[in-house]
Design a binder for this molecule. Sequence first.
Ligand code: MG
Ligand code: MG
Length: 255
Amino acid sequence: MGISLRSAADIATMKRAGHVVAMCHARVEAAIAPGVSTQELDDIVRETISEYGASSNFLGHHGFTGNICASINEEIVHGIPGPRRLQDGDIVAVDIGAIVDGFHGDSAWTYAVGDVSEVHRRLLTDTEASLYAGLEQATAGNRLGDIGHAIEVYATDRGYGIVQEYGGHGIGREMWEEPHIPNHGQPGTGRRLKKGMTLAIEPMLTLGGEETRVLADEWTVVTADGSWSAHFEHTVAITDREPLILTQRVTSVVD
Ligand code: MG
Ligand code: MG
């Protein structure tokens, strides 16, 4: 199947969707503290998406009840927001998506709650850095395997497990489009990247193994060995140089 190439106008629209996602993240980050429930984080995102006249692409997807996914500690992805309250020392991965004028933005970020142990803090900084290692390879002329390989090398050099069952994806008029983008791979293999491709790159690293399982709620994916996991994701557009980060983070909670 072909991978869609976006026009400059389409990419500009995706940047608007990405900005809504980034604004949601700024407000979530400001709110995160021990005692805050994941439902409260979901409320912040629902209100922010609505304020921008956008819509959530998670809500209602195969019956999902949240505007965000909130995955705590050994949870990797697809955690359902609810009454559970964050505790001092937790880490919480918040995955947020928004649709603006038919185009999608998708970004996940993992946050420290209160006072987090050194090993967990390093898991966060290293997983974020592995995302940027992958993005360094996300340029026209390179191949998908170059992205996965860069993430894999960064992660394995530091002793992390790499979640294999989930990965990045094409994104645009749909949340999940071709191609699947594994967080591991061989350099010089896979689809060639072209200017105008829009991709979500999203490493998920663990402090243990790579095996996963799904909880009885049929959504929440956890590490099989109970080790903690972090997830960082940006939506980007491929150019002839470094990728354009469409979900670029913002530092202010107003704009
Ligand atoms: Mg996501
Ligand atoms: Mg994604």
